[in-house]
Design a protein around this ligand. Structure first.
Ligand SMILES: [Zn+2]
Length: 407
């Protein structure tokens, strides 16, 4: 590294006085620092003052840990240059150092420019925000969809069995439907599963064991757990009966739930949260936990909406393939949504009246809890409540513009 350069013939400009702590002796060596332009950036030469005329020690641009650029508003007392294995260099003549560095073609690093120039800082921030937004919106769903291929169906089945056990201990009660009625619906469900065309398989080779379970203890609903478990409530069967709809309405709902399973929505969502946390960790370090939680709540809503639409498209395609109508399912969906709205309004009225009378209402009645909320991460029929009217219309028509064209 030591190139012979005379301190007299220093083409890079003036020499700057400094102290070199070479890491070998505890005493600082007084030196004169010379900066010379090279194609890769300035080189740094140290001329020991104790030995005038001796060969200087020269460091190339890459061998020096260049200090951050300075801000004119916050003048530095001293510049410290990291010489890595060769210790460090302290310079008190700060202005002289910067002038010599600029004369030798030294450009401040990006981090240095961010400290000194607001437009650069704003630009970098804007690029980071756009990058992260694109990453959430397109990167994570894509990565999750791809990574889900590697998740074994046995893992999904164990998650499902845990979730259902928890729900059975909580809200869910055993079904009161007769054995005959259950067997009747079970048979139609099994036939429907057999009729899923290969063209509808998003994950080729994915063969979950589809099972239909009956429960009560919540309103009219149906939901899918990963790995093939579909649950239908007595309330759903009752709602269809009340509307005078035949079993095609219920079968349509089950087709929608089979869609959630076949498209592995729950697994994709879980994998996506993992990808999001990891990505945020890489991008933001320590604050990632807070930001990722907020972001996953916000993006979770958008994804669940997409998943509902995907499951609807699956139902439309499967019912079409099985030569069954989707209109009854649309009517059922709408009727349930209207019922829920009515209950919610009645609940609000009750709460308002209670508040007016000054009665301290118990917590359960002040905060009406919808079944769809009680389900948490599970995909349920009504989890995208605001879209229900639009969805019901599409189902009644038997087609939706957003669905992929059948192959
Ligand atoms: Zn759904």
């Amino acid at each position: 590294m030591a190139a012979a350069t005379s301190p007299v013939a220093e083409p890079g400009g003036k020499l700057v006085p400094g102290r070199w702590f070479d890491g070998l002796s505890s005493q600082a060596k007084p030196v004169l620092v010379g900066l010379q332009p090279t194609p890769k950036g300035p080189s740094l030469a140290l001329h020991p003052l104790s030995q005038p005329g001796a060969t200087p020690t020269v460091f190339t641009w890459g061998e020096v840990g260049w200090p951050e650029a300075w801000s004119e508003r916050r003048p530095q007392q001293r510049v410290v240059v990291d010489l890595r294995d060769h210790g460090s260099l302290e310079i008190d003549a700060v202005a002289q150092w910067h002038a010599a560095l600029a004369a030798a073609g030294g450009r401040p690093s990006l981090a240095g420019r961010m400290q000194t120039r607001w437009p650069v800082l704003l630009g970098v921030t804007a690029v980071a925000i756009v990058g992260l937004t694109l990453f959430y919106r397109y990167g994570t769903p894509w990565a999750a969809t791809e990574l889900t291929r590697f998740v074994p169906v046995s893992w999904e089945a164990s998650v499902a069995s845990n979730v259902l056990t928890q729900m059975d201990k909580g809200t869910l009660k055993p079904s009161k439907l007769s054995k005959e009625r259950q067997a009747q619906l079970q048979a139609r469900f099994d036939t429907l599963v057999q009729q899923v065309p290969t063209g509808l398989q998003r994950y080729p080779g994915y063969r979950p064991t589809y099972t239909l379970s009956f429960r009560s203890g919540m309103g009219a609903n149906a939901f899918a757990l990963p790995g093939g478990t579909v649950v239908m409530t007595d309330g759903l069967a009752k709602a269809a009966e009340k509307q005078g709809l035949d079993d095609d309405a219920l079968i349509g709902v089950l087709a929608h739930e089979i869609g959630h399973v076949a498209q592995r929505h729950t697994t994709r969502m879980i994998v996506q949260q993992g990808v999001l946390q990891m990505g945020m960790g890489l991008a933001l370090g320590d604050v990632s936990g807070i930001v990722a939680t907020g972001a996953s709540v916000l993006t979770g809503l958008a994804y669940s909406r997409n998943h509902e639409r995907e499951a609807d498209c699956f139902a439309i395609a499967l019912m079409g393939h099985a030569k069954l109508p989707t209109a009854p399912m649309g009517k059922l969906l709408l009727a349930i949504a209207k019922d829920e709205d009515g209950e919610e309004k009645a609940e609000k009225k009750k709460t308002a009246t209670a508040a007016k009378e000054g009665a301290s209402a118990p917590a359960e009645t002040t905060a009406p809890r919808k079944d769809s909320e009680a389900l948490g991460p599970v995909w349920s029929l009504l989890s995208s409540h605001p879209d229900t009217v639009e969805r019901a219309k599409e189902l009644e028509q038997g087609h939706a513009l957003h669905c992929p064209k059948p192959a």
